[in-house]
Ligand binder design. Structure first.
Ligand code: PMT
Length: 394
């Protein structure tokens, strides 16, 4: 059965963004109910939301068309999550103090599902101690705050108060909807993406890794309750919501970042494809073509093996390595599993269509002390749950 998300909409210039939020949630397969404050209807009409959700959009408590005394309770019971986005200083003050003077605030108080608040307002209003206190109170009552962002605000100011992006709102909802939290209070460090080794100021050695596998693992670990550090090489992907990102370029930088958190981490997952070699000497100026020959020689030296180095000094950490192979896949994977002191190793034959680099799916086998388990082609998101559970149980 579809999960029901209630989207509470209050009056802000960001109100129009909640239309996109509702549309994107519907596309993801959720049933969406919208409750608006009366003032929000000045910015967007209830009809806009009803056209999308195919449900009545609720506004006033005492609308004669519906028996709201019953309706708000039944909505509250059906909801899997309730998000107020955008949330004004006014509605935040009300829900912090249990004030129920319309359908939105009444249903919010009656709901027992995870509740999220996404503030959007002028910086001065956000920084006002009263608003800060109210936000802190909401947190104490167990509501999640999807922090606003810095940017150009409708009033012309540049500062904090911009509604979080729609992808971040949806990620925050997905995190709240994940009831099972086996990684609560655990620290997870994940490496993702490629690294780049410069040859000269305009050229580098790298590979086709997009970061998709590592980013999917980071999102799933976050949803499972973990405090996640994502050490990422250059990637075009959006940073996951609620994850501590450390952007790096070279394999040495990736090593340094992982090394810094390794001792305090519970799980280390090496999904990155770090460049194995770097130029012995990086040229200061662009390497020129030699007119007399078709060849030029660049001497390379081996890079540090991050996984092997950290694996050799593990104490309580559980470690997941990856093996990207194109031939003798199992043999190479078993060697890496042993050599790098992994608890589990995810083997992917990157020559298969739908597996490996820069695709949304993967075809993997997991090696562990109990043997090898093969999986059919699946999305990297689905596989990330399987990988994390396998690591937890290793
Ligand atoms: O990023 P995507 O586009 O989603 O692609 C996903 C992926 C193919 C990159 C991923 O599924 C994957 O297989 N990652 C490991 C890639 C790799 O470098 O494999 P490897 O067999 O060369 O290395 C073995 C292990 O050692 C890996 O865990 C790797 O992260 C690690 N390693 C490798 C070299 C190095 N210098 N340091 C390392 O830590």
């Amino acid at each position: 059965m579809k999960q029901t998300i209630i989207v509470g909409v209050t009056s802000s210039i960001a109100t129009y963004k909640s239309v996109q939020l509702v549309s994107d949630l519907l596309k993801k397969g959720y049933d969406v109910e919208v409750i608006m404050s009366k003032n929000a209807t000045q910015f967007v009409t209830p009809l806009t939301f009803s056209s999308l959700t195919k449900h009545k959009t609720y506004v006033e408590t005492f609308d004669r068309e519906v028996d709201y005394s019953v309706e708000h309770i039944s909505l509250a019971k059906r909801a899997s999550a309730f998000i107020i986005a955008p949330a004004t200083a006014n509605v935040i003050a009300k829900v912090a103090h249990g004030i129920c003077d319309d359908m939105l605030t009444t249903t919010f108080l009656a709901s027992h599902c995870p509740k999220l608040i996404a503030p959007a307002m002028n910086t001065q209003m956000l920084n006002n101690l009263i608003t800060k206190d109210n936000i802190a109170k909401c947190k104490q009552y167990g509501m999640s705050i999807v922090n606003s962002e810095c940017g150009l605000l409708a009033c012309g100011d540049i500062g904090d108060g911009k509604l979080a992006t729609i992808p971040h709102l949806i990620e925050a909802l997905e995190e709240a909807l994940t009831i099972d939290k086996p990684l609560l209070n655990k620290k997870v460090c994940i490496s993702a993406g490629p690294t780049r080794e410069e040859l000269d100021p305009v050229r580098y050695i790298s590979n086709y890794s997009s970061g998709k596998m590592g980013y999917a693992l980071a999102r799933t670990a976050r949803n499972m309750g973990a405090d996640v550090t994502l050490v990422s090489g250059p990637s075009e992907l959006d940073a996951p919501y609620g994850v501590h990102m450390i952007p790096v370029h070279t394999t040495k930088e990736m090593f340094d970042a992982c090394d810094q958190v390794f001792d305090t981490t519970d799980y280390f997952i090496s999904a990155a494809a770090p460049a194995d070699f770097k130029a012995l000497k990086k040229e200061v100026h662009k390497i020129k073509k030699d007119k007399n020959t078709n060849f030029t020689t660049i001497e390379l030296e081996k890079n540090i093996d991050i996984l092997k180095t950290l694996g050799s000094r593990k104490t309580t950490q559980k470690i997941c390595g990856f093996a990207a192979e194109t031939n003798n896949v199992l043999l190479h994977a078993i060697n890496k599993y042993k050599d790098k002191n992994c608890d589990i190793l995810v083997m992917n034959d990157v020559s298969k269509p739908g597996a490996g680099f820069n695709v949304d799916t993967n075809i993997i086998s997991i090696l562990s002390s109990t043997g090898k388990v093969d999986y059919d082609i699946m999305s990297k998101k689905e596989l990330s749950t399987i990988i994390l559970n396998s690591l937890i149980n290793s």
